[in-house]
Write a protein that binds this ligand. Structure first.
Ligand SMILES: [Ca+2]
Length: 535
């Protein structure tokens, strides 16, 4: 046994890069076992010169050969680009075009800074290769960004592929690193947990309170007790997207622009997608409260319109400038009754002022980056009549949006079957992807700090006890109903918000207000992951 361990150590020292890749691959349920076939592009952040609805850039590297990226027209010069999240030694690329038997002409380039590009594959004079899948090897290049530009297309064929893959080695493991010198490639990266993630394209987690927890020294553990970074632990059970709320000037000094920009970089460096949730307040905004930021308190509707535009653009640009451009932005949080009250409140079915604010937010997001999807979010996950009333109301005012977002907590918003039919109806009615952008369920009735928990019943929803298995079962039921309704994503709200002293819910008293949510985190009171939870 000692010899075996010793040999493993030698292997580790001599091919450390391959070992790291092995660990990364072991983190993926269906990952290949040969290092050379590690697809570095898989599920990393992708952007493109243009894309059709439902054929967004992310579908070009989601590992699914039945979903594809497609440009909006047949023009040449369309490009698709992937950010690998960090530098790798890149030595190969492969594209699986939409069609076989057609002559695509293209160029593949790499870059370390997203500005200066080096051509590594030149097929711009292609006259013979009409294979559907075209693989290329080239001299290894250090690269973080890989871009393919389509320079020639057959008639009536648009730039479109099922999958783009990048091969290479090196980099720091974005998923898990060995925690001891004896760690081996066969170590399970999801200790104590077996999870095959759902087929949802967006498997999200809102971890807005996490940054302060980590600053306070909070530790998190895999289900078997191995310590890990909570983002890595969440990734190991299927999370591929992170949502962060932003407040304008919270007294706590957390969840503001600077803090969000800093944490967003950690998110992006792990290859996770990013959603920013604008509350347009200094504190919580929800259907019962939409308080203007103090700095905007005297503004009239025209001034608020300008403020929403400028503030949204400012935060978005700050993220873009550090390489953490969001994939999605929520303009307003649970705005079922409007936002920025009283000016932006919906009264007597009058959506006029709210529409002005939403259009300002939409325009700011698109001015920041046209590839960012704008989410409009209400609660009412299981209430189709109110959902229709709201989205019909803003649509009648000419408001544009890209993703319809709903909160769905079973103890507040009706049955999962009501949610499923609502998702299906909204999807077909407005022709846009639908996401459940918030859901959660308790794993215990216990309280671990001085703040009473928001939900304390032993059976908050019929059929699901407040237990580790009940939490996982309820989450599975929500995901299944959402999928059956045609949803593109489900996001768990605050799965890392354990009872860390000093990380309270109230931004005016973050030090001692406590958490009302620790029994709905997916980590228990010893900060171990629920072994049953899976995205
Ligand atoms: Ca509590």
């Amino acid at each position: 046994m000692q010899v075996w361990v010793h040999n493993k150590r030698l292997v580790h020292l001599t091919v450390v890069g391959l070992l790291l890749i092995g660990v990364v691959m072991a983190a993926l349920p269906s990952a290949p076992t040969v290092a050379q076939t590690t697809n570095l592009a898989l599920n990393k952040t992708a952007t493109a010169s243009s894309s059709q609805s439902g054929r967004e850039p992310r579908y070009g590297n989601d590992g699914n050969t039945s979903t594809r990226w497609c440009a909006v027209n047949g023009n040449t010069g369309q490009w698709w680009k992937v950010d690998l999240g960090q530098n790798y030694s890149v030595s190969g690329a492969e594209v699986m075009w939409e069609f076989s038997g057609r002559l695509y002409k293209y160029r593949i380039e790499v870059s370390t800074d997203n500005t200066n590009w080096t051509t590594v594959v030149d097929m711009t004079n292609n006259t013979s290769n009409t294979a559907q899948t075209q693989s290329h090897s080239f001299s290894a290049r250090t690269a973080r960004y890989v871009r393919i530009t389509v320079t020639g297309l057959p008639t009536r064929t648009w730039a479109s592929f099922w999958e783009f893959r990048v091969f290479g080695s090196g980099g720091t493991s974005p998923t898990a690193t060995p925690t001891s010198p004896t760690a081996t490639p066969t170590r399970t990266p999801t200790p104590g947990s077996s999870c095959t993630p759902s087929s949802l394209a967006w498997r999200g987690a809102d971890v807005s309170s996490l940054q302060r927890a980590l600053d306070l020294g909070q530790k998190y553990y895999y289900a078997n007790g191995t310590e890990g970074h909570p983002l890595d632990i969440l990734k190991s059970v299927g999370v591929n997207a992170i949502r962060l709320r932003v407040w304008v000037n919270p007294a706590s000094g957390y969840n503001n622009k600077d803090k969000v920009v800093a944490f967003a970089q950690q998110v992006k460096s792990r290859g996770l997608r990013l959603m920013i949730d604008f509350h347009y307040s200094d504190t919580w905004a929800d259907p019962g409260t939409q308080t203007k930021p103090a700095a905007w308190s005297s503004y009239n509707i025209s001034q608020l319109e300008t403020a929403v535009y400028n503030y949204t653009l400012d935060v978005c640009n700050a993220l873009k400038n550090v390489g953490a451009t969001p994939d999605m932005i929520q303009v307003g949080n649970e705005i079922t009754n409007g936002m920025l009250w009283p000016e932006g409140r919906i009264t007597n079915n009058n959506f006029t002022n709210l529409a002005r604010l939403l259009k300002a937010g939409y325009n700011a997001v698109k001015a920041c980056s046209s590839s960012i999807q704008v989410v409009i979010h209400i609660d009412k996950g299981g209430d189709n009549a109110t959902s229709r009333w709201f989205f019909d109301g803003i649509r009648a005012q000419g408001v544009q949006w890209d993703v319809t977002g709903l909160s769905y907590y079973c103890y507040w918003h009706g049955s999962t079957s009501a949610m499923q039919s609502n998702v299906a109806d909204l999807r077909s009615r407005y022709g846009k992807p639908v996401h459940i952008v918030e859901t959660a369920y308790p794993w215990t009735t216990q309280n671990f700090d001085n703040c009473a928990n928001v939900i304390s019943s032993s059976t908050p929803c019929s059929g699901y006890s407040a237990s580790l298995t009940g939490q996982a079962s309820n989450f599975n039921a929500v995901k299944t109903a959402a999928l059956n309704g045609g949803a593109a994503g489900v996001w768990y709200w605050e799965p890392t918000w354990v009872a860390t002293p000093g990380n309270g819910w109230d931004p005016y008293n973050i030090g001692t207000s406590g958490s009302g949510w620790e029994n709905q985190a997916v980590f228990d009171n010893t900060f171990k992951l629920n072994p049953n939870i899976c995205w």
